[in-house]
Write a protein that binds this ligand. Structure first.
Ligand SMILES: Nc1nc2c(ncn2[C@@H]2O[C@H](COP(=O)(O)OP(=O)(O)O)[C@@H](O)[C@H]2O)c(=O)[nH]1
Ligand SMILES: [Mg+2]
Ligand SMILES: [Zn+2]
Length: 323
């Protein structure tokens, strides 16, 4: 994605942003009116946003956010759980980074992010990092589980320089956002593909005790090879925002295909008769971890947005359906 002359946001703090203007990073505040009429979003401006600026060198301000081509978001944490937290906008690719060893690979974590990418309409690359820490058999199993998931899969070791060239080839010329739990190696991978970035990487031994993240904010970086990367701090829990529960099955690519064979066109693949997904699972043709994560995310979405389909729960006064 080319921004060239249009200013865009490279970092957002509570009240202030950093904006790239003609190749220079400048501070800009957010006009109060950006916060008016704000309902679902935790913040009105996100990294990647193209913006309209006003004011002079000493009091630059963001007046307006231009229409976004896409946005990658999650449900905000804690008290803000009803709101959307936009992680990055106008991106070409989401790189979902996972690791072997520490933290251990978790299909539920990966699948939450992949479902959110599909919902956002953004291609996803699933990176399995720290393969120097993993067993070959497990790696093969993970690869197989994601073969029909719709995501591209790449094995890497940022510290052993494995798969880094392949990663460079996939990121070159694109704007990508790296997302994944804290400690999976996002910053290390970025340094491996572009040493001039020189991002801070946390010491594994220290982090285990302190539980602190080295990357504490989301930031856009240009890549020497062309393109850009957005480094994000890790989160403990990623919950997709706004997916209508009955649509989740469409964001599991292999399920979307198989679902056409189910007896009921609106089959949710959780116990209905003559379900093609259940049959494929029984035949060993559908990865059990993918169905488990689907059911877990589905239950969570129903809790947040209200039940749908055959297992619909009665909608009470605090029913929160959005669609
Ligand atoms: N063994 C191994 N360690 C890695 C690899 N990539 C990153 N690490 C280590 O994992 C820790 C966390 O890395 P960091 O890049 O800060 O993770 P981030 O929180 O995702 O940005 C650091 O101690 C890195 O040296 C890898 O491929 N193999
Ligand atoms: Mg980091
Ligand atoms: Zn089914």
């Amino acid at each position: 994605m080319e921004f060239q002359d249009s200013p865009f946001v490279v970092r957002v703090d509570a009240r202030q942003c950093e904006v790239m203007v003609d190749g220079e990073v400048r501070k800009a505040r957010m006009r109060g009116r950006l916060f008016e009429n704000q309902c679902i979003d935790k913040a009105p401006v996100a990294v990647g946003d193209r913006v309209v600026l006003s004011g002079g060198a000493s009091d630059l301000a963001i007046d307006k956010v231009l229409p976004r081509s896409n946005l990658f978001a999650r449900r905000a944490a804690g008290d803000d759980a009803d709101r959307r937290q936009i992680l990055a906008t106008n991106v070409d690719l989401v790189v979902v980074v996972n690791s072997l060893g520490m933290p251990a690979f978790s299909s539920i974590v990966a699948d939450r992010m992949l479902a959110a990418c599909s919902f956002a309409g953004i291609p996803a690359l699933l990176v399995l990092n720290k393969i120097d820490q993993g067993k070959r058999g497990k790696l093969r199993k993970y690869e197989a589980s994601y073969a029909n998931s719709g995501a591209d899969v790449l094995q890497t070791s940022a510290t052993e320089n494995i798969g880094v060239e392949e990663l460079v080839a996939k990121l070159k010329g694109k704007t990508s956002v790296l997302y994944g739990l804290s400690g999976v190696g996002k910053s290390t991978l970025m340094n491996a593909i572009d040493p001039s970035l020189n991002l801070e990487v946390r010491e594994a031994s220290v982090s285990l005790q302190s539980g602190r993240h080295t990357t504490t904010f989301t930031r856009w970086y240009p890549l020497a090879m062309g393109g850009a990367m957005i480094d994000t701090p890790g989160v403990r829990k990623f919950r997709p925002f706004g997916i209508p529960p009955h649509e989740l099955r469409l964001h599991y690519a292999e399920m979307r295909e198989l679902g056409k064979e189910c007896k009921y066109p609106a089959c949710m693949h959780r116990g209905e008769p003559d379900c093609a997904v259940q049959k494929a699972l029984d035949d060993g043709d559908f990865p059990p971890s993918r169905l488990r994560s689907y059911i877990e995310i589905l239950n969570e979405l129903e809790e947040a947005y209200g039940g749908t389909g055959s297992n619909e729960k009665p909608s009470g006064p605090d029913h929160k359906a959005r669609n």
